[in-house]
Design a protein around this ligand. Structure first.
Ligand code: RRO
Length: 312
């Protein structure tokens, strides 16, 4: 029997596929649709200390090869999402979940995480260190000193399972430096990658989204090689207790297979979920299982991280 079940920390998931934060996860209705789909879990839209409207529209566009967005962190505030995952947790047969959060300053991030620590929530938290779209706020994880300082402080009070949503890195030295920081902490997972920040898509003579003169995060086909490289770079460098969640450019079972081959324990769907809706989990799960069957793999552990290189 071919199975796509997986684990992250102490959490068991019946399927390794789930949504990527930002897609189909803004409202309780959208989250409920993912909960009822073939997905193994859901992650919420990143929640901030207080509700945010986000950037002016149009702020998302599908393109032939993927998507561009500059949503600007619209959300109902972390408490909305925390209340919902606590509600679900009380129900029999509930899947384990990921609550995505970040503050607009380190102080706000600590405020939110202290509240989650003090709450009844027993699931996973994904700290988003990589939002590319808030004007005037750089992506936190590109600033290694700030990242180190935030994590140092977080782990003085936070004892629940925590992971990080990372931006793509593009240099071997940056993989080394980032991994050296993450390995100092009892992280449960890292999620590679957020959108590739600050791309520009043009139609005729005009940018396709309004915020930031058209600059926005790129997802879809464009980003798969970068995502795979980041998944594999961190799989090679992080201690085994830090699991890897693979996100970026997955629109088929083959794409999910490649993320797992690079070391992913869980695989997230972003642009394709936006384009096809929650039924996509059924299709991609079936495609992934068909590939595993042909190759004689019964579970993810049979091929996770086993990417082959061309040797002399
Ligand atoms: O809301 C957004 O603009 C957004 C976020 Br928080 C993120 O982490 N990644 C992204 O592509 N967009």
């Amino acid at each position: 029997m071919v199975s796509t079940q997986t684990t992250i920390g102490d959490f068991h998931f019946d399927n390794c596929l789930m949504n990527a934060a930002g897609v189909f996860c803004m409202t309780k209705d959208e989250l409920a649709a993912i909960e009822q789909s073939a997905a193994g879990s859901f992650v919420t839209k990143t929640g901030t200390l207080t509700k945010r409207e986000g950037n002016p529209k149009p702020r998302y566009a599908d393109t032939a090869l993927g998507s561009i967005n500059s949503m600007g962190l619209p959300n109902f505030g972390y408490q909305y999402y925390l209340d919902y995952v606590i509600d679900l947790q009380k129900q029999d047969g509930s899947k384990p979940h990921f609550l995505s959060v970040v503050g607009m300053s380190p102080e706000e991030t600590h405020h939110i995480l202290k509240a989650v620590q003090a709450s009844d929530y027993q699931g996973l938290v994904e700290l988003n260190l990589s939002c590319p779209n808030v004007p005037g706020k750089p992506q936190i994880a590109y600033d290694f000193e700030t990242t180190q300082n935030i994590l140092q402080e977080v782990f003085t009070y936070y004892q629940k399972p925590l992971g990080l949503k990372l931006p793509p890195y593009f240099d071997m030295v940056h993989f080394d430096q980032a991994a050296q920081i993450f390995n100092q902490f009892p992280l449960t997972f890292v999620n590679c990658i957020n959108s590739i920040g600050n791309g520009l898509v043009i139609e005729d003579e005009q940018a396709v989204i309004k915020p930031k003169n058209g600059f926005g995060g790129i997802g879809g086909d464009y980003v798969k090689p970068t995502a795979l490289a980041n998944v594999h770079a961190f799989y090679q460098r992080l201690k085994p207790s830090i699991r890897i969640v693979g996100t970026g450019g997955v629109k088929s079972g083959r794409d999910a297979f490649e993320h797992i081959l690079c070391g992913a324990s869980m695989v997230q769907l972003g642009t394709v979920l936006h384009q096809e809706g929650p039924e996509v989990f059924t299709r991609i799960t079936a495609e992934l299982k068909a590939i595993m069957k042909i190759k004689g793999y019964e579970n993810l552990a049979d091929f996770r991280g086993k990417l082959r290189y061309i040797n002399d």
